[in-house]
Design a protein around this ligand. Structure first.
Ligand SMILES: Cc1ncc(COP(=O)(O)O)c(C=O)c1O
Length: 335
C-alpha cells in the first residue's frame, strides 16, 4: 500500500531499532520465548512514543489546511497531548488541550511528568472536563471557541486515532516487515498496549496489507475487551474505506485482552510493577505504568504460562510513555 500520496512531516530519522532482549528472555524461564522489542519509545518529538507516527500525517494535514492552532484532548497525564504540543512547537503552531480529570482537581498545573512538559512546551490553554465527558463534543466546543477568537483550529481526536492517524502505524508495519525481511527474523507474535486503538488498527492493517499473517495481541489498558475490540475494528473498517481498499483484516484477528488492565485505566497492578522493574533491571529499558507496563505484564504472563514458548520469537512494540513514570514515583516506592 503506497502512502506517498499523503502529506507527511518527518519527525524521526530512520526506522526505530528492533532489539533482542537476551537477559529479559532468560529471566522469563528456560521454556520461554525469545523476546524482541521495537523501540518506538525512541521516535522523534519530545520524549518519543507512538503518537509521533500518527502526528506525522495529522500535522501535515493541519498545515495543508492552513491551520494555526492544534487542539487535542486526553487524560491528565497524556503522552499524546505532550507529543502534539511538541509537534506544534516544531511547526510554529499554537496548541490547546482539553484534559479529562479522573477526579476533580486531578490536573494540578504544578504537577510532574507530562504535566510539567505541557508547560515547558508552551501549551496556550488547558481546559479540564470531568471524566466521562464526551471528548469529541468538548473538542468541537474548544474549536468553536478558537474560531470566535479568529483562529484556524485543527482538531485531533483522542490519541490521534482516526483513519489519517492510523496511517502512522500502517507505515510502522511496513517498516517492521522491511526490517524483519532484511534480518531474516521470523516473528511468531506481536504484543502491544491498546488505548484509543489507532496503533493496533494501523499495525494490523499494514501487516495484512503487506501479506503478513503474524498474530497480534493487544493488551487493553483503557476499555474492557469487547469495547476495545469493537473500537479497533471500527477504526480498521473506517481506515479501509478512507484508503479505498478492500477489507484486509478479518474481524476475528482483532484481539484485545483485558486481563492485565486491573481495576481500570491508570490504576496500578502488581504485575505491571513487576514487568516495569524486570525490564529496567535486565535490559536498562524504561516502560511506563499506564500503557507499556501493563502490556508487558501480559507478555510476561503469556510466556510463563506457556502460551508463548521456547523457540518462538515474540516482539513487544514499545509505544513509549516513560515521562509518565515521573508523575507517579510513589508507585515504585516498594520495588
Ligand atoms: C505510551 C502509550 N502507549 C500506548 C498507547 C495506546 O495507543 P493507542 O491510543 O493508539 O491505542 C498510548 C496512548 O495514549 C500511549 O501514550
Amino acid at each position: 500500500m503506497d502512502l506517498a500520496a499523503f502529506p507527511r512531516r518527518p519527525y524521526t530519522n530512520g526506522p526505530t531499532p528492533i532489539q533482542r532482549l537476551d537477559r529479559f528472555s532468560r529471566a522469563l524461564g528456560a521454556d520461554g520465548p525469545t523476546v524482541y522489542i521495537k523501540r518506538d519509545d525512541q521516535l522523534g518529538l519530545a520524549g518519543g512514543g507512538n503518537k509521533a507516527r500518527k502526528l506525522e500525517f495529522l500535522v501535515a494535514d493541519a498545515l495543508a489546511r492552513g491551520a494555526d492552532t492544534l487542539i487535542t484532548c486526553g487524560g491528565v497525564q497524556s503522552n499524546h497531548c505532550r507529543l502534539t504540543l511538541s509537534a506544534a512547537a516544531k511547526e510554529g503552531l499554537r496548541c490547546r488541550l482539553v484534559l479529562a480529570e479522573s477526579a476533580p482537581g486531578a490536573y494540578r498545573p504544578e504537577g510532574n511528568g507530562n504535566v510539567l512538559l505541557y508547560r515547558l512546551l508552551g501549551a496556550e490553554r488547558i481546559t479540564t472536563v470531568p471524566w466521562g465527558t464526551d471528548l469529541l463534543a468538548a473538542l468541537d466546543q474548544a474549536g468553536a471557541q478558537a474560531e470566535t477568537e479568529g483562529r484556524r483550529p485543527y482538531l485531533i481526536p483522542l490519541g490521534g486515532s482516526n483513519p489519517l492517524g492510523a496511517l502512522g502505524y500502517l507505515a510502522c508495519a511496513q517498516e517492521l516487515l522491511g526490517q524483519t525481511r532484511e534480518s531474516a527474523l521470523e516473528l511468531q507474535h506481536i504484543v502491544l498496549p491498546v488505548g484509543s486503538a489507532g496503533t493496533l488498527a494501523g499495525l494490523l492493517l499494514g501487516l495484512r496489507a503487506g501479506h503478513s499473517a503474524i498474530p497480534v495481541t493487544g493488551m487493553t489498558v483503557l476499555n474492557p475487551r469487547a469495547k476495545a475490540e469493537a473500537t479497533t475494528l471500527d477504526l480498521i473498517r473506517a481506515t479501509e474505506r478512507f484508503l479505498g481498499c478492500p477489507v484486509t483484516v478479518p474481524a476475528d484477528q482483532v484481539v484485545c485482552l483485558d486481563v492485565y488492565l486491573g481495576a481500570g485505566y491508570t490504576l496500578p497492578t502488581a504485575a505491571m510493577l513487576e514487568a516495569v522493574t524486570l525490564l529496567a533491571r535486565t535490559e536498562g529499558i524504561l516502560l511506563d505504568p499506564t500503557y507499556t507496563g501493563k502490556a508487558m505484564a501480559g507478555l510476561v504472563d503469556l510466556a510463563r504460562s506457556g502460551r508463548f514458548k521456547r523457540g518462538e520469537n515474540v516482539l513487544f512494540l514499545h509505544t513509549g510513555g516513560a515521562p509518565g513514570l515521573y508523575a507517579r514515583p510513589e508507585l515504585f516506592a516498594g520495588v
